[in-house]
Design a protein around this ligand. Structure first.
Ligand code: SAM
Length: 232
């Protein structure tokens, strides 16, 4: 189910313009093979945030075949991207695609569980002001968003933007009436907790928007306050 009514969804889909022909083809291939890549309207929205924010360093959690990371890199040539992915198969496809787009110098795919990779990144960063990230895109296991958030915060530069995708879970986050299967309940419970958590933090301002499958846009305030609040 779409989170906006079907006519609105269809209308918005009609407005979509791919960044270029190669990315159009990559989207088509990913969709044909049921790889869950960023939805069209979320892509357009997030790429405009990237145009406005002009991030030098982007951290992505959930690479899949590299589609969104490639979009980010093509949209803003000043950005370098670190993308985390636990599926060996997806890592191979992503690396192949990144090479075809000649972006291997700018997109690094880190294989392994994202929480382990985030801990490694934390150990490797000695100065967050120069080595930290100014934009984070959370798009992996929906039940782990809070853990991803907490692990990302120490890696973020001041005023970093954190984008969380699929937070409305096909409207299920908003109401139980959209839950069609018992197994969906766990991710819905985790997502509601996550939304509740990030919208009440003093160190971040968050807007939850009904774009795509729901995108939360969070902007961090002063990094020192962030660290202090996390320690409380
Ligand atoms: N961001 C990609 C795009 O739009 O092109 C799509 C990412 S897809 C929605 C989510 C990916 O996250 C999957 O490829 C999955 O294997 C990966 N993933 C899920 N949980 C993960 C975890 N704990 N650590 C690393 N990767 C994870």
């Amino acid at each position: 189910m779409n989170i906006t009514n079907d006519k609105v969804t269809e209308y918005l889909e009609g407005l979509y313009r791919p960044l270029n022909r190669k990315l159009k083809l990559l989207r088509e291939v990913a969709e044909k093979h049921n790889v869950p890549i960023i939805l069209r309207d979320s892509e357009t929205f997030i790429l405009n945030i990237i145009r406005m924010k002009r991030p030098e360093r982007i951290l992505e959690i959930g690479t899949a075949v590299g589609y969104s990371a490639i979009c980010f890199a093509e949209t803003f040539p000043g950005a370098d991207i670190v993308s985390l992915e636990h599926s060996d198969e997806m890592c191979l496809y992503a690396l192949e695609n990144i090479k075809k787009f000649e972006l291997s110098q700018r997109i690094q795919v880190k294989p392994g569980d994202a929480l382990e990779s985030l801990a490694e990144l934390r150990d490797s960063i000695t100065n967050v002001d120069s080595q930290g990230f100014d934009l984070v895109f959370i798009d992996a296991a929906k039940s782990c968003y809070k853990e991803f958030w907490d692990a990302c915060i120490p890696l973020c530069r001041k005023e970093a933007v954190i984008l969380s995708d699929n937070v409305l879970l096909k409207a299920r986050t908003a109401s139980d009436e959209f839950i069609t299967d018992r197994r969906q309940k766990t991710s819905v419970r985790h997502m509601r907790k996550y939304i509740n958590y990030i919208t009440k933090l003093d160190y971040a301002d968050t807007a939850v928007l009904p774009v795509g499958d729901g995108v939360a846009v969070s902007v961090l305030k002063d990094r020192q306050d962030t660290v202090k609040e996390q320690q409380l």
